[in-house]
Design a protein around this ligand. Sequence first.
Ligand code: ZN
Length: 480
Amino acid sequence: MLLVDEQESRIEAFTTQKSLIRRIIEELREGVVYHFENFEVLLNKDEYKVTDCKYKLSFHCSTSIEESDLSIPFDAFNFVTIKDVAEFNANNEDLIDVIGFLQSFGDLKDHKKEGGSTRKLSFTIADENERSVNVVVFGQCANEIFRAKGEDLQPPIVVLLRFARINRGKGFGHLTNQFEGTKVVFNPDLPETKKLLDSLEDNPVASQSLSQVSSCVIATATNESLLSFPCRINVAQIMNFTEPCEVVTKLVIEKLETAYGWNYDGCPCDKKPFYVNGKLKCSACNTEVKMTEPKFKVHYKARDSTGKCSIIFFNRLASQLLNCVATDLKDQMIKMGKPMGFPKELSDCIGKEVLVKLKIKDFNIGHPNSSMGVSQFSDDMHIIEKFTYSEYQENPPTLTEASPVESSASKSSPKIVLVEAEEDDDLTDSQIVTPEDTNAKRRKLSKTISQAVDDGGLSEMLTPTFSSTKLLKTIKEEVC
Ligand SMILES: [Zn+2]
């Protein structure tokens, strides 16, 4: 329970006693004032705190609870601006309240998790300058928010997200729910709502774009966010990391790496399907894949003044980098009679300077020459010019796998891409050790593959073109 007093201070209260839990659920109502007596005050050392208060209250069987007619404001907010969420500037890290315009609102989807599946809902909230953050909620909370929106709300819609948690593991501008405690109110009756709506009057561009709510949940992070990402370091510093994390760095793309092919057969959703009982299945779509299509997975050598590294562009970002789609390039190669060849278009970006956000995974730390997955990039000179390095952090924000939606930005123009922010996580598992010389290629590749099989992280590893039949067979057996 989260309690608030007349000074709008919040404190957490809890009980572990069954009979009291039942009574609280049955009798207490949100928004009503109660008088509590006879409880313990404990230090709040919870991992997930709901307030920044140092203490919490522990209720037990002899705690008396009586309704009171004192007036206490129900709406004690802990507002954090969208800008501060996006830039990691929130200093009240606990459960926060965010208010803004509803910018996009997705469908309820099934989300697979350990031991079953749950519901997942994604939407984005923007401020009057159209800076936005992603919200991804799960379970009962997703159902309730989806129902609460209804059909008849006319945009611009103001949305108040209460008791939300910043998902730091996701890097930039991600909010999620705290179990079932998170609430959403559409067009709340608050002075803040009026202020937001008034602000649109001076801003016709935002007004127009916020007067429609997209049904596709968009990859919202504009690439300006790369400039304010907390961990902005050079290649030499990346090599010092001992924990998985995300970093932003500036690189020149130097060379196409040809050891691992340039495409894979993917589900139309971009995921790499895998065999289950002889049938191709996609874990994201949760269906059998009848037709695969070529998808990009392009490895490049890149460098800055401090060192070299190897990076992978997956399908969506590679299409943006190269300005073409994998299917066209594959068709072109087949027509030329070189189905296994490398299209020259893949080299169009050689020499280009890019700002990239890289996901450094455990595998990369164990294998310093392995390729790191690009999760966001910009080749916009105006953005690159403004790039500065952050102070070097020994312990950058670590990567967690808790939330499934990847903040994947588009090129800055157009700012909004109508693509559901899909996770590249599975694909990024396909990091492969970069061989230092051609002679070592085969040996290293097989070694890497057998390691991956041991890890169980296999199916994405192989670009069939480059794997021997024997290896493929081993891998398939493992998959089934
Ligand atoms: Zn799929």
